[in-house]
Design a protein around this ligand. Sequence first.
Ligand code: XUL
Length: 534
Amino acid sequence: MSATSNATYLGLDLSTQQLKAVVVDNDLAVLCEASVQFDNDLPEFRTYGGVIQKKEEPHVAVAPTLMWVKALEMILDKLRVCGVDFSKVAAISGCAQQHGTVYWGKGSRNHLQQLNPGKFLHEQLVTSFSVTSSPVWMDSSTTKECNILEEIVGGPQKLAEITGSRAYERFSGPQIAKIARRRSEAYSNTERISLISSFLASLFIGDFAPIDYSDGSGMNLLNIHTKDWDDVLLETCGPNLREKLGKPVPSYSDVGPISSYFVERFCFDESCRIIAFTGDNAGSLIGMRLKEGDIACSLGTSDTLFLSLNKPKTVLEGHVFCNPLDDKAYMALLCFKNGSLTRERIRDSAAQGSWQIFNELLDSTPRGNFGNLGLYFDAQEILPFVIGDHRFNKANDKISRYSSKEVEVRALIEGQFVAKRAHAEDFGFVIGPNTRIIATGGASANKAILQVLSDVFNSPVYISEMANSAMIGAAYQAKHALLRNESNFDEITRCLPEPALVCRPYDDAESIYKLMVTRYRKIVEEIKKKTSTN
Ligand code: XUL
C-alpha cells in the first residue's frame, strides 16, 4: 500500500511499563489503539513496573530483551483482533524509552534475515542476544564510567558541548562501557548494539536498523553538531564500538521495507516502509506539535519537560538532543526520574489507592500548603541528584511526617512542579505572557494535578487530544517521513485539532510559587550538603 487516500499509518511506543500502538487513517484520525502491559500481560518475565531491580543492587535496572519481542507479537495480534487491516499500512514508525541498549550476539543478523513466518518471533530470537537483560534508563550504576568519559574530553562542560549532555548514569555510552569492562566476553560476542528504538525497528525490517540522530543524542557518544560518533568517546567506552553501533541517520529516514516475516504472518503489504524509530521524548515533541514559546510537560514513569531549540545550547543540567523533524534544529529536555511511581506510592499511602480521593485531598488544601514543602524521591533522582523523602514545615524544620494526608498529597505535587520550574529556569527558560504548557502522559488526564502545574508555572495548561503523545508522534512521523518531499510537517498535521485549554493559574499563584522556587533551591543545597558530609 503506498501513500494513497486509503493508506493508514502505524505508530508504536515501547515505554518502560508497556508497549502501545496506534493506527491512524490518512487524515491522522485514530482508527485503533492497543497496549501490552509488561507486568500483567507477560508475567513470566517477572518485571515490576516493566523492569527488574534487585535489592542487593538498587542502582541496577534492566529489562529482559525477549519480553519486548514477545510484546510486539502480542500487540500485533491485538490490533488484528481489533479489526486492523495491515495491508493498508503505508508506513510504520515508533519510539521507545530512551538510553536503554540491546546487545545482538554474533550470528543474530542472520537470524533476523531468515525469520520463518510459521514460527513465533521470540522462539527464533531466543539465542540472539549476547546480553539477555537490557540496561534501561532507570539504571544509575555507572558513576565510575561517567567520570571517565568526562575526564577524557576535559570535563563535564566539554562533554556537554560535544554530545549535548554532561555524562549521565543512564546514558547509553556509560552503560555500554560498563558492559565492555565488566562483561568483556559478552561484549566481544556482540555483533551489534541497538538502542531500544532501533532494536524495535530492526525486528520490523528483519535486519539491523540504524540509530537515529535524536535518540542517538542520549548516548554521550554522538557529536550533536557533526552528527557522527565521537572517536575519543567511542574508544573510551569499548573496542570496535563504531562498527557495533553502525552509522547514525536522520530521524525521518526510511530504513527499508517491512520484512517478509510480517508480510506473510500478518499480511502487511510488501511496499510498507519502516521509518527510523526514535526516543520517546522526541516522539512526544512530534506528537505535541509544539509552537515557539511552548513548553511540554510529560507526566509518565519519568516526568519530562521539553521544548524546541533553533540552536544548541551547552548546559550542565538537562540535555540537548537533535530534533527529530529537522536536522538543523535541536530540542531541550529535562528528565525527572520520580514521576508516576512516586505519585502512585503517595496515592496508596495517603488516599487508599484512589485517584479520586487523592484529588479531593489535593483540592482541599490551599496553594502554598500552609508553608509545608516536600520532596519525594523513591529512586536516585536525576534533577536534583538526591534520594529519599524530605518534608519541611513552615519554619523550615525537617520533619518525618505531616500531620494530615491532604498536606502530604499537596506537598508531593507542589514539590514535583516547583522542582520542574526551578530546573527549567536554570536551563534559561523564561515564563512569558504567551507561555503555554502542553501536558501529556498518563497523569495529564488528572485535572487536579494540572491545576497545580498551571499555578506553579503561572501559565495556562493545555492538553492535546491524545494523552499518548509519543505513540501518536510516531504515527505522524511515519506519514511525514513518507511524504517529506511533497509536504512539510506543518502541512501534514494541519488537519489536526489544536490542544484544548484545561486550566488557568489563579491570581495569587505567582506570588506564592516564585518564593517557593527560591526556597526549593536553598533546601536542595542543604540536602546535598548534608548527604555529602554523612
Ligand atoms: C529521558 C529519560 C526518560 C526515558 C523514559 O532522558 O531518561 O524520559 O526516555 O521514558
